[in-house]
Design a protein. Structure first.
Length: 405
């Protein structure tokens, strides 16, 4: 009995005297490749403090791979093994670079694939990681029920990868662009502004970037001077885009600088009289100033240059039709007294004539763009008031074809 007790007493000492398993980098890599992330993490964590492996760049490279997988895995058990897996991964990749001798490129190879090393260098893997988060961010924006905040989180991770580990990244402008869209839609306006600034700085040229800034400053930021500055820059950088001059005019009007807008357009027309857009914009601002006779001439001048200029035709139609609308407002303002009824009948005759005068303008607009909802609705109203049932039915059919109720 004494002998047994002695053995039992010795067992704890024997257990505590066991040496820890030596970290093995090849084993850590193999566990990672087999998807055994928990074991791979334990092995590589031990390697970072083991004297013979802690100074080896491969230790930190493999650690980066393992922790990046912990952040991207769909396995919640593995994901829970680290609360800051991506930060650890990036920190590890940077440490690996610091320990690399003579610009050494780390890689993972497959003995059965001679091209695997070239396709799995750390540079390529980091780009894949950045693209993974970017792709997730894009999908969240484009889904039927967009998750803009979720997209911001994913794009921020993509940024964290490529801004901290890569000298060049081919999709940086796309990442900033998507981030700007997600941030604007989630009302994270400062984030959206920063993202657009980085997008433009990196060479992005999409007009939507300027539009995002314009919408933010003209809207929630309530800084129309800044919005004007942005639009004027966009107009200079993207002269072929027709919307920016119109935005500029609208802002100048809002800022009570109509004379500046009109004067600039008139001078521009002297230099370039064959530019239909200049005539159109001058007509637009004259319309806003209620100088309708001048505006009518401006739109007619634009149409002389291009008879198929749809926007000019619509604005011209509105001006011509304004007389009829004035008459209708008068009719609607009358009461039910005998005198009012008589006056309604008198005005109705005038109203019909004004409608007939405006109708050809709107019919021409429809020929230029048979699918424009505003034009179709205006024609529907005119045909209804003129009692042209056949044309009313035609317009109703066309609106249904377009999915407009």
């Amino acid at each position: 009995m004494k002998k047994v007790i002695l053995i039992l007493l010795l067992m704890p000492a024997f257990v505590f005297a066991q040496k820890p398993v030596k970290p093995n980098l090849s084993k850590a890599l193999s566990l990672w490749q087999d998807g055994k992330l928990g074991e791979a993490k334990d092995m590589i964590d031990a390697a970072t403090t083991y004297e013979k492996t802690m100074g080896d760049g491969k230790t930190w490279y493999y650690r980066g791979l393992i922790y990046a997988s912990l952040d991207t895995t769909s396995n919640e058990t593995y994901k829970a093994l680290s609360t800051n897996a991506l930060s650890v991964a990036i920190e590890s990749f940077k440490k690996a670079d610091e320990l690399a001798a003579g610009g050494k490129e780390y890689f993972v190879s497959n003995p059965n694939d001679i091209m695997s090393a070239a396709n799995n260098t750390m540079t390529v893997q980091l780009e894949r990681l950045a693209n993974y988060y970017l792709d997730q961010g894009i999908k969240l924006v484009q889904s039927d029920e967009p998750d803009f905040m979720g997209s911001i989180t994913k794009i921020s991770k993509s940024r964290f990868v490529f801004e901290n580990t890569m000298k060049t990244y081919s999709n940086d402008t796309l990442a900033y662009y998507v981030l700007a869209i997600a941030a604007q839609n989630s009302e994270q306006y400062d984030t959206a502004i920063q993202a657009v600034d980085l997008y433009l700085k990196k060479g992005g040229k999409a007009k939507e970037a300027y539009i995002i800034l314009y919408q933010i400053y003209a809207g929630p930021k309530a800084n129309k001077e800044k919005a004007l500055e942005i639009v004027q820059e966009a107009k200079q950088k993207l002269p072929e885009e027709s919307n920016f001059p119109l935005m500029e005019i609208e802002l100048l009007i809002d800022l009570k600088r109509e004379a500046e807008a009109k004067s600039g357009l008139e001078k521009a027309i002297v230099k370039d009289p064959g530019n239909k857009m200049l005539h159109f914009y001058l007509g637009y601002i004259n319309t806003s100033l209620n100088s309708l006779t001048e505006a009518k001439k401006n739109f007619e001048d634009a149409l002389k240059i291009d008879s198929k200029y749809f926007e000019a035709q619509v604005y011209l139609s509105k001006i011509v039709g304004e007389d009829a609308k004035k008459i209708k407002r008068q009719i609607n303002g009358l009461g039910i007294s005998p005198a009012d009824k008589k006056r309604k009948m008198e005005l109705d005759v005038v109203y019909v004539e004004k409608l007939k005068g405006a109708l050809p303008y709107w019919e021409k607009a429809e020929k230029l763009n048979p699918s424009d909802e505003e034009v179709l609705n205006e024609l529907y109203s005119i045909y209804s008031d003129l009692g042209n049932d056949a044309q009313v039915q035609r317009i109703e059919k066309r609106l249904k074809e377009l999915g407009i109720e």
